[in-house]
Design a protein around this ligand. Structure first.
Ligand SMILES: NC(=O)c1ccc[n+]([C@@H]2O[C@H](COP(=O)([O-])OP(=O)(O)OC[C@H]3O[C@@H](n4cnc5c(N)ncnc54)[C@H](O)[C@@H]3O)[C@@H](O)[C@H]2O)c1
Length: 394
């Protein structure tokens, strides 16, 4: 069973897909079979690059014979429709985060996949990073006692990267809380066990020239008394890479000069050349895969406080701090974080291992995004009702 090779189609060939394609191609249990995108120039160049047929629509792609699964990397508000089309065509689905823009859509996806008896997985998120897995393993070993606080802090230039309008609109699954919070909440929920109970959040919009939720602070309470703290500032002045050994989200040396240029092109700090964002986004997507990174990707600072010590992600792995001192644990650097996603998907398809990041997990994660947005709007703590626990290792 574990040696099966699955034929997979990729739908939506932008930023996310460009990072996932090499991971799919590299997994010996997966075969890239086809790609789809409505933009002719994009689908033809990606199809030619990987030597596979390209289609204009998801309907044309799922009609292909011998396809087992699809990876959906279309804009967030299309995920529900595209997942339903795929599972109804008998295909398993790996769908990008956030799972959807609305909880009802996410619920529809879970029900459609269950009815069709197909696997539904939501990824990639930063919770796939090897240092996060190592911290989870140490937590499960009980060596440091119970998790009490998880702090995830990221300062990036997310708001000033080229964007489609929907990417800055929370009603369409856009802005920092949905797009980047989805990573932070996934990391925090994985480390704290998954069963969050309440969310209290404040969100910010600092730049009238680029209206969006660009920063937030989100406090997540867990059933066992643990607390998660997600802080994100996407306005690109201070960069949290400075707190994590100058490594960026891809595992390469951070480049503050590039960030200043983006702020001038798309933000209120005018003076640079004004660029067409769709074109700039497409050009950026084509450059997304940079090969094997020298370090573990950094999503800022991820700090876990347990009863008997603290742990943090580092560029070489993790550092563990106890009464006995500091221990640095180096971890092998995978070719890319998406490789772990493809492995989890493959293992789920072949029945080797149930995925952590299944549809219900993705829905629980989206619930935190929705609750944080609601809490910021109403100034009240919001109770969560759809949370799921991290499955215990077999
Ligand atoms: N996991 C990550 O690290 C990560 C990174 C970036 C984006 N994402 C997620 O990936 C999704 C896409 O974001 P992106 O930044 O790659 O966007 P993008 O605009 O770069 O890419 C989206 C692609 O989908 C195509 N598309 C639009 N309508 C389509 C349709 N009906 N059928 C097929 N393709 C269609 C577009 O032409 C475009 O090429 C979002 O949900 C986003 O949150 C995840």
């Amino acid at each position: 069973m574990g040696d099966s090779q699955y034929q997979i189609g990729v739908i939506g060939l932008g930023t996310a897909a460009r990072m996932m394609l090499p991971a799919i191609a590299a997994h010996r249990g997966m075969a890239l079979a086809a790609v789809a995108d409505p933009v002719q120039e994009v689908r033809e160049s990606v199809g030619a690059q990987w030597g596979v047929p390209s289609f204009e629509s998801i309907e044309a792609l799922v009609a292909m014979q011998h396809l087992d699964a699809v990876y959906i990397a279309t804009p967030t508000e299309m995920h529900a429709q595209h997942t339903c089309i795929a599972v109804q065509a008998g295909l398993h689905v790996l769908c990008e985060k956030p799972m959807a823009a609305h909880l009802e859509d996410a619920q529809t996806m879970v029900v459609a996949a269950a009815r069709a008896q197909r696997v539904l997985m939501i990824g990639h998120s930063r919770s796939y990073d090897a240092p996060i897995h190592k911290m989870r393993e140490i937590i499960e070993s009980g060596a440091l006692g119970r998790v009490r606080m998880v702090t995830q802090l990221s300062y990036t230039d997310w708001i000033y990267r080229p964007r489609r309008p929907d990417e800055l609109d929370p009603a369409r699954g856009g802005g920092i809380t949905y797009r980047q919070g989805a990573h932070q909440f996934d990391v925090i929920r994985l480390l704290a066990g998954g069963l969050a109970t309440q969310v209290n959040a404040t969100t910010f919009d600092f730049d009238p020239a680029r209206p969006a939720t660009g920063a937030h602070t989100v406090v997540i309470r867990f059933a066992d008394g643990a607390i998660g703290n997600a802080i994100y500032n996407g306005y690109g002045a201070f960069l949290s890479a400075e707190l994590s050994d100058d490594v960026d989200e891809g595992g390469f040396a951070a480049d503050p000069a590039a960030i200043g240029a983006r702020r001038r092109a798309f933000g209120s700090v005018r003076g640079g050349e004004q660029r067409d964002e769709t074109v700039a986004k497409r050009e950026r997507a084509a450059r997304m895969h940079r090969g094997q990174p020298p370090f573990h990707p950094s999503f800022g600072l991820t700090l876990v406080s347990c009863e008997k010590g603290d742990m943090r992600q580092s560029r070489n792995g993790i550092s563990v701090y106890t009464a006995g001192g500091r221990e640095d644990i180096a971890l092998p650097i995978p070719p890319g974080p998406q490789d772990m996603v493809v492995s989890e998907f493959h293992d789920a398809l072949s029945g080797l291992r149930a995925p952590v990041h299944d549809g219900r997990w993705g829905l629980a994660n989206l619930e935190v995004c929705v609750a944080a947005t609601e809490s910021a709007r109403n100034g009240k703590e919001v109770a969560l009702t759809r949370q799921v626990a991290v499955p215990m290792p077999r």
